[in-house]
Each structure stands twice: as structure tokens, then as C-alpha cells.
Design a protein around this ligand. Structure first.
Ligand code: SF4
Length: 373
């Protein structure tokens, strides 16, 4: 099994926390870029070597910005050059303000069967400083419209750790999300990226970001409230009703092959990882020369550390036999594991290491302690 990710490098919004300055010259370059994306799909038809494609994912930027002809051009290139599984999970990232009955119907006809809606917050005040184009009402309406149109697999994104967001505020957001009865939730802790308006506002004290303790309490509250209503916390930022975990992202975390199309898109063929040039112009200019990407062959150490990093972030944890299969587990790493177990950060049962509830809050710290450096 393998996945295909299509990176749509366009967005009309200017979110204050986003460091992806996508070309706003969508109108000028859209035709050229879309045909480049479709050409790259054809150019790389052998990359997954006959593996059946079980997931197709349109991300970005804002794929919902594209009109149906452009979406079809890329999708048809995929369908004509790869073997898609009958139950292929076809995800489209969309902004709430791009959703309407006509769009939804055309996406369904295209084969999209999972929507990832960029809600971010149900509080107008947050949407304002985020500089999001949609309103809270549009968010709630977009989810209902998606269900009414026939989408059975809807995911929404929410952000916590927001300025002036109390635990009570976050509780209201979580309750709102629960009442909307979606199948999947992705909840990210706000990060203050370089070169963003948010960074400037924090630096001049215009916005104050909650400290680690508040963020930890928000994380615990989220986990408790979602698990209490039947969501599985299957990855550090992701919750799903049974059977609705994102197959596409799960395959990343399980080290499966994936093909990434578009500027800055990453690919992995099981041995080598490669990444395309990030600049839109360079990508379109260099695509026909073949000189638009770089690649690296993963060493055994890379594979060892990657299995730890991706495995510990998920409810699956890390299989020690699988780890040992990559390379001998050094004594130093075994000691770190025992130490983390003593501190109650991980639990080791049989051949599997998993983070505990306390450990989830320090996943990156714990993972890096188990790395072979
Ligand atoms: S909509 Fe998404 S990609 Fe566009 S600016 Fe906002 S966060 Fe960035």
C-alpha cells in the first residue's frame, strides 16, 4: 500500500500565524502550476512501483481554492497513472468559506470521500487576530453542509494554546466540536513561527501566549473530553471515532511509501526520501529538466530514530522487535528506556513501548532521548 500527496501551493488568505507565504498570484499562475502538477504525476508514475494507492490527499495551501476543472486535471492524471484501491481514502483540505453545496457535490463526484476543514477556532475573537477569512457561523454551517451533501468522513482542525484562551474558553471549543459530531479532530498547539505577524505581536507584547502549564492543562482536558465521548487519541494531535483514523497520515507514521507532488512536497520509496524545490517559480521552471528535487538515502540510524519518533507519537507505540530488526538497540538507549519507564513516562509491555498520559506531554523530549546520535 502507498499514498499520494498533492501539494497545492496557493492560498488567498494571510493568516497571522502562518509562515507559508504562498503566491497570491493564483490567477496568474494557476493554469501553468496545475499542468505542472499533472505532469509531475505522469513523470513519476513508476515511483511507487505498482503498489496499490490506498490514499490520495490534496493539501496545501488551500486546495478548495481550485475550480473543479483543475482538481479533475490532477485527479485524472493520478487515476490514469496509478492503481487506486477501490476503497481509496481521498482527502481534501478545505477552508470553511470555500464550502457550498455546488462545491461539495463536485468534490463528491470527483471521488473525494474525506474532508479536512480548517476551522481553527469557534471564537470570533480568535478568528479575527488569526486574520482568518471565515466566521464562526460559516465554520458550523460548513460542517452541516458537508454532512447534508453526503460526506460521511469529516475532520476539523482546532488550535489550542491561543492568546488569552483560558481553560474555560478551550472547554467551550471542545464542547462545540463534540456537538458537531464529526468523525475526526486534529488539534494543534499554537506555535509562534519566525517571520509571522504573530511573532511580531508576541515580541511587542501585543499578544501573550499561554505558558506550558496552561497548554498542558488544555491538552489533558482535550484528551479527557474527547475520549469520554468515544474518540480514540490515536496520535498526539489526532482523535478519531473508531474506524475513522486518517489512513493517509497513519501510513506516514508507519513508514509506508508515499509520493509527494508539487513544490516542497516530500516523497519516500522505502529507501530514499526526496523533497521538491519549495519555490513555485523554480518548481515550474525546473520540472521539465528533472532537476527540481534533492534526495537522501536513509541510513539504518535514520530509520531507527524515525521509527522511534513516529511510533511514540501514536497509540501504536514502538515495536522493539521491529526496532531491533533495523539495528542492535544500544545499551545507552535501553538505559534511557528504563529511566523513562521508572519516571512513568512510558510503559513497556511485551515487545512494545508506549507513552503514558504524562509522557504524551513530553513526546519530542522523550523520543530524542531514545535516538541514536
Ligand atoms: S489558510 Fe492555511 S495556508 Fe493559507 S495562510 Fe492560512 S494557515 Fe496558511
Amino acid at each position: 500500500m502507498a499514498g499520494i500527496y498533492i501539494h497545492i501551493p496557493f492560498c488567498k488568505q494571510r493568516c497571522s500565524y502562518c509562515d507559508f507565504h504562498f503566491s497570491t498570484t493564483y490567477e496568474k499562475y494557476k493554469d501553468e502550476m496545475i499542468s505542472c502538477l499533472a505532469s509531475e504525476v505522469v513523470q513519476r508514475k513508476d515511483y511507487l512501483s505498482e503498489d496499490e494507492v490506498t490514499t490520495l490527499y490534496f493539501g496545501g495551501g488551500t486546495p478548495s481554492l481550485l475550480d473543479i476543472d483543475h482538481l479533475s486535471e490532477i485527479t485524472n492524471a493520478v487515476k490514469n497513472n496509478f492503481k487506486l484501491a477501490n476503497n481509496c481514502e481521498f482527502t481534501m483540505e478545505t477552508n470553511p468559506d470555500d464550502i457550498n453545496p455546488e462545491q461539495l457535490e463536485s468534490w463528491l463526484k470527483l471521488g473525494v470521500n474525506r474532508l479536512s476543514i480548517g476551522t481553527q477556532s469557534f471564537r470570533e475573537k480568535d478568528l479575527d487576530w488569526m486574520n482568518r477569512a471565515h466566521t464562526n457561523e460559516e465554520s458550523i454551517q460548513s460542517i452541516q453542509l458537508a454532512k447534508d451533501a453526503g460526506f460521511k468522513n469529516v475532520s476539523i482542525d482546532l488550535i489550542y494554546g491561543l492568546p488569552e484562551q483560558s481553560l474555560e474558553d478551550w472547554k467551550d471549543q471542545l464542547q462545540q466540536a463534540i456537538e458537531l459530531d464529526v468523525q475526526h479532530l486534529s488539534c494543534y498547539c499554537l506555535t509562534v513561527e519566525e517571520r509571522t505577524a504573530l511573532k511580531k505581536w508576541v515580541e511587542i507584547g501585543k499578544l501573550v501566549i499561554p505558558d506550558d502549564d496552561v497548554q498542558s492543562m488544555q491538552f489533558r482536558l482535550m484528551k479527557d473530553m474527547f475520549e469520554a465521548v468515544g474518540f480514540e487519541h490515536y496520535e498526539i494531535s489526532n482523535f478519531a471515532k473508531p474506524g475513522f483514523a486518517s489512513q493517509h497520515n497513519s501510513s506516514y507514521w508507519q513508514g509506508e511509501k508515499y509520493l509527494g507532488i508539487g513544490p516542497s512536497a516530500h516523497s519516500f520509496d522505502g529507501v530514499k526520501r526526496r523533497w521538491n524545490v519549495a519555490n513555485n517559480q523554480k518548481y515550474m521552471k525546473l520540472l521539465s529538466t528533472g532537476d527540481y528535487f534533492e534526495e537522501e538515502t536513509l541510513s539504518q540510524t535514520d530509520k531507527f530514530n524515525e521509527l522511534i519518533l513516529t511510533g511514540l507519537r501514536t497509540v501504536r507505540g514502538v515495536d522493539l522487535v521491529e526496532l531491533q530488526g533495523i539495528m542492535e538497540i544500544p545499551a545507552s538507549v535501553s538505559e534511557q528506556i528504563q529511566e523513562a519507564e521508572k519516571r512513568g513516562w512510558v510503559e513497556v509491555s511485551g515487545n512494545c513501548i508506549k507513552l503514558t498520559g504524562q509522557g504524551w506531554l513530553m513526546a519530542d523530549h522523550i523520543s530524542s532521548a531514545f535516538f541514536i546520535v
